[in-house]
Design a protein around this ligand. Structure first.
Ligand SMILES: Cc1cc2nc3c(=O)[nH]c(=O)nc-3n(C[C@H](O)[C@H](O)[C@H](O)COP(=O)(O)OP(=O)(O)OC[C@H]3O[C@@H](n4cnc5c(N)ncnc54)[C@H](O)[C@@H]3O)c2cc1C
Length: 403
């Protein structure tokens, strides 16, 4: 046996698994906790392939987990970075109304953000918007001065260091492939051998539904992967974007629309779109996994989603295949941009939970079953809110596991 007599195994060395590991070990330093990660480093999936925005909490339905966790999460993430020498910049964000039909939506977002207690929100005229972002074209905009940027790989690495400093252990290159219950203990089966533990927390992101199944939770959902592709602005054109410039989002979708993001990685990104991926970790258009694709295409919930939203799906595929269409979306925000100003950038894959009735699950979703807790949906702003989500799961573990 690889390890035995553990109190807790956390599956997934992403930002949420490690925030949770720290929270629980901080409450009770005597617990023997191991984080298992199948890749060779932490933050290898969503936590290392995102926009790096510290969101302020405007968009989310008041009372939802997203609204509660994001507002508190922004403050705690910014403070954490400042205290741990992680470069962070509160650059502010502009949500831009580019057409008449966006105007009432800006007012609704202002109302929603105010209800969510987002600090400092302001509706700006076209001229006032230009004082913040001189190259933007807007009828008016919503300004969120507390929105910031950070590199979440660095944040996750610091979470990992804190966890190890407190005595926690991270097993890299270790893939969870099965489980068995024996005498009130759980045997976690991995590619490297068996691990015996009392409790398990599943923070496996793109594979969280599969891990939940392995541990006997019948969740009424499936993870459908949506790739988000980015372009980067050429150096000579970076002056066009000061901070963060977003469109008014479609309120029926959990994605925010392609936007401009200044990053702490030293370049400006444009994107991401949201295209169905045929592999859960399919970062390139050509990446296909027969197993993953079959799981998506044989899932009734996927076809129900497609029936309701096929037009958006086709539009996203068109925008992914044709740079000119992508550029047109960006020009609505900054008319000066043209195709030559952009070069291909990276991508990320979102773990989007879809219910069996075809609904895209918008809010964070965390469920418990015997001896285990499962994070089944942790979309954006999951990185922003990671410390608060970790605390929430820590409280749940105290209650359910007696930790
Ligand atoms: C394109 C994109 C842009 C985003 N932009 C933002 C943003 O600007 N701001 C923000 O707040 N949020 C953003 N998000 C959301 C944010 O990145 C996620 O909410 C967050 O990273 C989720 O963290 P996680 O730990 O749950 O998942 P992950 O980071 O995916 O971690 C899960 C881990 O589990 C491991 N794992 C899976 N299966 C197994 C197994 N069988 N055995 C062992 N290990 C396993 C994986 O290798 C992985 O490392 C964005 C997401 C994407 C995809």
């Amino acid at each position: 046996m690889l390890k035995k007599d553990l109190d807790l195994v956390i599956i997934g060395g992403g930002i949420i698994g490690l925030a949770t590991a720290n929270d629980i070990l901080k409450r009770n330093s005597n617990l023997k906790i191991i984080v298992i990660e199948k890749s060779s480093s932490v933050a290898s999936q969503q936590s290392g392939h995102n926009s790096g925005v510290i969101h302020s909490g405007i968009y989310y339905k008041p009372g939802s987990f997203k609204a509660q966790f994001c507002v508190e999460g922004r403050a705690s993430m910014t403070e954490f970075c400042e205290n741990n020498e992680i470069p962070v910049w509160t650059c502010g964000k502009l949500i831009v109304a580019t057409k008449e039909s966006d105007l009432p939506k800006i007012d609704n977002l202002f109302k929603r953000g105010t209800e969510n207690n987002v600090e400092g929100l302001k509706v700006l005229s076209s001229d006032e918007s230009k004082e913040i972002e001189p190259h933007v074209k807007s009828l008016k905009s919503l300004y969120a001065p507390k929105t910031g940027i950070v590199n979440y790989v660095k944040v996750t690495e610091v979470y990992a260091d804190h966890f190890k400093d407190k005595g926690g252990q991270i097993l890299l290159d270790t893939d969870v492939i099965g489980s068995q219950s024996v005498n009130n203990k759980i045997i976690v089966k991995t590619n490297k051998g068996e691990i015996e533990t009392k409790k398990v927390i599943n923070c496996a992101g793109l594979h969280s539904d599969r891990i939940a199944n392995l541990f006997g939770l019948k969740a009424n959902l499936k993870i459908i992967p949506f790739r988000g592709e980015y372009y980067t602005l050429k150096k000579a054109k970076e002056y066009l974007v000061k901070g963060l410039i977003y469109p008014v989002p479609n309120p029926d979708l959990p994605f925010l629309g392609v936007h401009f993001t200044n990053t702490m990685k030293g370049y400006v990104e444009a994107g991401p779109n949201a295209v169905l991926a045929t592999k859960r970790e399919g970062y390139r258009k050509r990446d296909i996994s027969i197993k993953d694709a079959l799981e998506t295409f044989t899932y009734g919930g996927f076809w129900k989603l497609l029936k309701n939203d096929w037009k958006t799906g086709l539009w996203e595929i068109n925008r992914s295949l044709r740079k000119s269409v992508f550029v047109n979306s960006l020009r609505e925000l900054i008319p000066e941009i043209n195709s030559n100003d952009l070069q291909s950038g990276g991508s990320g894959v979102r773990a989007q939970a879809v219910a069996s009735n075809g609904d895209l699950i918008d809010d964070f979703k965390i469920e418990t079953s015997e001896n285990s807790i499962h994070v089944l949906n942790a979309p954006s702003p999951g990185a922003t809110a990671s410390l608060v989500i970790g605390k929430y799961i820590g409280n749940l573990a105290s209650k359910e596991f007696g930790f």
